[in-house]
Design a protein around this ligand. Structure first.
Ligand code: SF4
Length: 393
């Protein structure tokens, strides 16, 4: 008889993971945001938007890195004037970011943009916001209502005393109601704060009340590597709760590293698995093979492979066989050799020098036998792995 109440374990969910929060679908360019569509990765340029050549160059580099939606700032008329030329030369949806001046929003909407981002707290009241909504509706352009803790309506800050999660959510809901009163529903919402706890709670509260898709991010996260850790600390609980339809990691400086960081967070939370998951131990005095060399070579040879396969490579027999049994393909090392596991069974033993070749052969074989499970298109959502849930609904 245990002194613990084991009934808790008997009723616990054996396969972890919450389903994705059900949101409406909103079309942005060629992409559909929300519903069961992938959580798209977004970034923002750091160039002056009117510098057409520089902005296109940066967007093409972002596209190359895997960015799926891009935002440019439009603070001046000459920036709005550059939008058509930029849109013409890029392949991903173009989003215009507007603060303070609703006239810039109206100007941007005269161009073939794919989405507009408005911060209703800083464009001078709901009448101006309504004018932007009407024009976006006329043009058939979707909008992100981008609420930010740093620029909430004064009345809401006074009501709640400080920019807390309920104040942020009420601000979003008020703007949504204004938009809906105009018959406009092509809405995506963000509820950003530089405070991780505030952001997490705001997204959770919002998801209880509303089914518009959300763009998630921890704003002004600062400089990498801390900014990546901070973003991960904030976005992981949101994603694990099933919330979030597009994602941006805000990093100081060059936006290219934002893309890899976003895909890493999606991969680690299993919300969008797009590449092999490599499980490797940290190594210790028991290490029986040159694990760092093996992992470096394996990573390099797996580059570009979009396989949701779980590969475990552990340095000795302590946890090696156990982890290897749980993975799709695994290695447990000992005495300069590696035991190779497939789906929990030992399939062969190889010398240390042949471990990477042997793993790659197993990966090729896994790919053949799981061809029916692999994503068909570039945009397809990653699929779940053995013993892990498929989280797509
Ligand atoms: S698997 Fe073995 S080598 Fe790796 S950390 Fe654990 S005990 Fe050390």
């Amino acid at each position: 008889m245990s002194r613990f109440d084991l009934r808790v374990l008997e009723t616990a969910q054996k396969v972890p993971g919450k389903p994705r929060h059900k949101t409406r679908e909103v079309k942005v360019g060629e992409l559909v945001i929300g519903g069961t569509n992938p959580i798209w990765v977004q970034s923002m340029t750091t160039t002056d938007t009117f510098d057409v050549e520089g902005t296109i160059k940066q967007i093409l580099a972002l596209e190359e890195a895997g960015c799926e939606l891009v935002r440019v700032t439009v603070p001046k008329p000459e920036d709005a004037g550059a939008l058509s030329a930029i849109r013409d030369k890029i392949s991903i949806p173009l989003i215009c970011d507007i603060h303070f001046d609703y006239k810039m929003a109206l100007a941007a909407l005269d161009h073939p943009i794919d989405k507009i981002r408005i911060n209703p707290g800083n464009i001078g009241g709901y009448d101006r916001f309504r004018q932007v909504v009407r024009k976006a509706k006329d043009k058939g352009i979707p909008m992100r209502i981008g609420v930010n803790a740093g620029s909430l309506e004064r009345e809401l800050v006074e009501k709640y005393e400080f920019p807390c999660p309920p104040a942020i959510v009420e601000s979003a809901l008020r703007s949504i109601e204004v938009a809906e009163s105009e018959g406009y529903h092509d809405i995506i919402v963000s509820l950003k704060s530089s405070d991780v706890l505030v952001a997490v709670e705001a997204y959770r509260l919002f998801a209880q009340l509303c089914d518009y898709p959300t763009h998630i991010g921890i704003t002004e996260a600062g400089k990498a590597p801390y900014a990546v850790t901070k973003s991960s600390a904030g976005l992981s609980p949101i994603l694990l709760d099933g919330i979030g339809d597009t994602i941006r990691i805000s990093l100081l400086g060059d936006p290219i590293p934002e893309i890899l960081a976003a895909f890493d967070i999606l991969q680690a939370t299993q919300r969008r698995v797009r590449r092999p998951e490599i499980i490797a131990c940290p190594t210790c005095g028991r290490l029986a093979i040159d694990l760092e060399k093996i992992i470096a070579e394996l990573e390099q040879r797996l580059q570009g492979r979009r396989l949701p396969v779980k590969i475990s490579v552990l340095g000795c027999v302590v946890n090696g066989p156990g982890e290897a049994r749980e993975a799709d393909i695994g290695i447990a090392a000992g005495n300069g050799k590696g035991m190779i596991f497939r789906n929990g069974e030992i399939v062969r033993r190889v010398d240390e020098k042949d471990i990477v070749d042997a793993l790659m052969e197993e990966v090729a074989d896994w790919e053949k036998t799981n061809a029916h499970r692999l994503p068909k298109t570039k945009d397809a959502e990653g699929i779940g792995r053995r013993k892990l849930p498929v989280i797509s609904a």
